[in-house]
Design a protein around this ligand. Sequence first.
Ligand code: HEM
Ligand code: MTE
Ligand code: MO
Length: 467
Amino acid sequence: QESPHLYTREEVRAHSSPETRIWVTLGCEVFDVTEFVDLHPGGPSKLMLAAGGPLEPFWALYAVHNQPHVRELLAQYKVGELSPEDKEPFTLKTSDPYSDDPVRHPALKVNSQRPFNAEPPPELLTENYITPNPIFFTRNHLPVPNLDPETYRLHVVGPPEGQSLSLSLNDLYQFPKHEITVTLQCAGNRRSEMTRFKEVKGLEWNTGAISTARWAGARLCDVLAKAGHQLCETEAHVCFEGLDSDPTGTAYGASIPLARAMDPEAEVLLAYEMNGQPLPRDHGFPVRVVVPGVVGARHVKWLGKVSVEPEESYSHWQRRDYKGFSPSVDWDTVDFDSAPSIQELPVQSAITEPKDGETVQSGEVTIKGYAWSGGGRAVVRVDVSLDGGLTWQVAELDGEEQRPRKAWAWRLWQLQASVPAGKKELNIVCKAVDDSYNVQPDTVAPIWNLRGVLSNAWHHVHVRVAP
Ligand code: HEM
Ligand code: MTE
Ligand code: MO
């Protein structure tokens, strides 16, 4: 047994750039992570914040690292240990950045506490067409900012010939108030099914990273017009910045094409109300973007700044995440610049009742779920099978009838089916069809991707039948 190489904290500190190689410490162990920097799912710039020093203060911010597979990954890069005089474990003396996060509803299934990520359990998710605010799924990348509505200002950058605006909440209330029902879905919804097929990097969402609310606010096109923006010929993007920021001061950010932002029919909102209430803190108080039909990541919360740019947002979440790749692409070969950012989402559906592993009564079974498609495409049909997809029945669509090309909200659906006599088990499947006749793929394999996004294969639930 060889004794490990011993290094002082000072020697570790000298390894903080690609030229000198990049070292970090965790506990008393020293790692050379140079080769991993560009592969880091949270982005190279974040990892570089810890270069030459301890990971603890940063990992305290991102509990996603408290998993065995992250520890195993790091272990591969071990080069030695801290020398005895430096072995004193690093303790974080600064205050907890999450101590000011709001109190959450106990029904939520928490995927990560810091930052807070949680989904309602399936049996509550489709209990109401409009998801009650306290159980609306939450996807945060950072601590929740605590903003004062009195001093809050939204900065809207105007064009050279226009004017920049600094809007108070009261200023926003002066624009015509627009209210619409919109379903918001995270690109990572149902990721856990992809993971089960083959490992991916990301939060383990089940079927609940989707919810529906009545949103009210000013239309983005009205606010942009006030600043003097027009829909010009050139390709342009509207960039949004949140007021939640990481230790470098980098804010959450994303963008959408200007054409969508300026289209009154696209109904993009700067929302200040959710189900008749001021936005809850977790959902962006006091103002968030709502982009109907588009992936959740673009619905920027705690909105601080809006600007029109020739290029997409340079944010990590626009350029280095929320993109889809071929199943053949892995973390060694991925080129994020080669794929477009996800905007409109594909057709989706899932079963919320019964639950996987449940025992149902013989005779009749009630099957419930949701179905939704991106880009304003309406769900026209949901097919349900009790035998793994051999035979199908058409479910009844409930919930609000959707407007053509503006089907921003989901349909709930249900089917009363008789359980074939003698069946001991059922493999219940659902799949939805939208008004472009887009369908869901039957299996995960052909749509598997390293980040586990766009997981919309047929949803299966296996149940036993009571004798
Ligand atoms: C995600 C490893 C340093 C911020 C991840 C994941 C791994 C990883 C494996 C994906 C985990 C999963 O989703 O299952 C590492 C290693 C590091 C390191 C080995 C050091 C050598 C850092 C630092 C920061 C950071 C210093 C912040 C300052 C993040 C963030 C994510 C992440 C924000 C989540 C991305 C997302 O899912 O949205 N990291 N990390 N990491 N990491 Fe790190
Ligand atoms: N906006 C900010 N400022 N910070 C964030 O972390 N997360 C995004 C988006 N907007 C995020 C954000 C993602 S990935 C999703 S899916 C939605 O917010 C989730 O919105 P919700 O938490 O209200 O459900
Ligand atoms: Mo998301």
